[in-house]
Design a protein around this ligand. Structure first.
Ligand SMILES: Cc1ncc(C[n+]2csc(CCOP(=O)(O)OP(=O)(O)O)c2C)c(N)n1
Ligand SMILES: [Mg+2]
Length: 369
């Protein structure tokens, strides 16, 4: 069985050599992790207040998401599972677009066609989420194969959860990736649960990393609450992929601190003691301790950063909440070069209902038939 890589113990003390990262870079990682947590916290409040429809948080997973994605550069691609929106923000997805997607307003680049909390960003090679579990795995492998055939040097970070390892996409993706030796890093964020199915009930294998052996690629297990270990394991996997040596499976063992989503009540299927034991392994606190011990972070730095982040996030939220909603006509206007009669008729019938309910806005008017 593969031993789990750890660099920092929970008290912040290194247990092996620390990756060569400038102190400023470590502070950046710390701030990105805090950003993920602050954004989640705000989104959850907005959802509870009925201002947005749905949220799935990454609380507890910040080290896994930020530490691994920090390795990918601007050439690279990030194929998301369900919780890497914060990594996309770190890689260039503007927070305004992130929040617009939450509101499905007129600034939403998915044009309100996606469920909220499903992001995409062309500028940073971040394809649209699919919450059909595991489908991004063969998509990412296909794109990585294209990269290889074109002789380009991008690496594809393909993310998925523990639950997704039971999907057909996992098997076919892993198999093709190894056979074709594509430049991919498979990042399995094992967060303990797939909705109400515990990670230990998901597989009979001793470790998720062991699954790599059957496909003929290396598999590594990592302490997913240790941002430096996540960084180091993904860095060497990405280096291997870029050198043309093929894919690696990196398994980040962490814990989903909150429910599966804002629609879930985890107290129905898991014990408080389990959650409390993971609260003691908080990934942000671990890096904070390390950086404080080294004198890189001063006392009170975290509070000051949180204050600044919340102010920035709130400003974006206010701006996006005030933005107009996506025009209703876009429902039928994007499909054909000219909207055909049957779609115009359907739209007009829909518009009549909206008007009757007093919810029509200027510009929503019926099509001439
Ligand atoms: C093909 C498919 N089956 C079932 C679902 C319902 N579903 C949504 S999320 C989820 C669990 C995913 O668990 P995991 O892969 O561990 O990701 P996590 O939510 O923990 O990040 C399931 C079963 C789905 N979206 N797609
Ligand atoms: Mg999971």
């Amino acid at each position: 069985m593969t031993a789990s890589l750890q660099i920092l113990a929970q008290d912040g003390k290194p247990v092996r050599s620390v990756p060569e990262l400038a102190p400023e870079r470590m502070v950046e990682l710390f701030e990105h992790m805090l950003h993920v947590r602050c954004v989640d916290q705000r989104m959850l409040k907005l959802q509870r207040a009925g201002r947005i429809g749905f949220v799935g948080t990454a609380k507890g997973l910040e080290a896994s998401i930020i530490g691994s994605a920090a390795v990918l550069d601007h050439r690279d691609w990030l194929w998301s599972g369900l919780r890497e929106g914060g990594a996309a923000v770190m890689r260039g997805l503007p927070l305004a677009e992130y929040v617009a997607q939450m509101y499905c307003n007129s600034n939403d680049t998915a044009k309100g066609r996606q469920m909220c909390n499903h992001f995409q960003h062309k500028g940073s090679n971040y394809p649209s989420w699919s919450s059909v579990i595991g489908t991004q795995i063969p998509h990412g492998v296909g794109a990585a194969f294209a990269t290889k055939r074109r002789g380009e040097d991008a690496v594809h970070g393909i993310y998925f959860g523990d639950g997704a390892t039971s999907s057909n996409g996992f098997h076919s993706g892993m198999n093709f990736a190894a056979v074709w030796k594509v430049p991919a890093v498979f990042v399995c964020v094992d967060n303990g649960w797939a909705i109400s199915v515990s990670s230990s009930a998901q597989t009979c294998a001793e470790s998720y990393a062991d699954k790599a052996v059957a496909y003929g690629m290396p598999g590594v297990s990592v302490d997913g609450n240790d941002v430096l270990a996540c960084y180091e394991a993904t860095r060497s996997a990405a280096e291997r992929a870029r050198a043309g040596d093929g894919p690696t499976l990196v398994v980040l063992k962490t814990y989903r601190m909150l429910g599966h989503s804002s629609s879930d009540d985890p107290t129905r299927y898991r014990d408080d003691e389990e959650v409390e034991s993971w609260a003691k392994r908080d990934p942000i606190l671990r890096l904070e301790r390390y950086l404080t011990d080294r004198g890189v972070l001063q006392k009170g730095a975290r509070e000051a950063t949180e204050k600044r982040l919340y102010a920035e996030i709130d400003a974006v939220v206010h701006e996006q909440e005030a933005a107009p909603r996506m025009a209703l006509r876009t429902l039928v206007e994007d499909v054909y070069a000219e909207t055909p009669r049957h779609l115009r008729e359907q739209y007009n019938a829909f518009h009549a209902v909206v008007e009757r309910r007093g919810e029509a806005e200027p510009g929503d008017g019926a099509f001439p038939l």
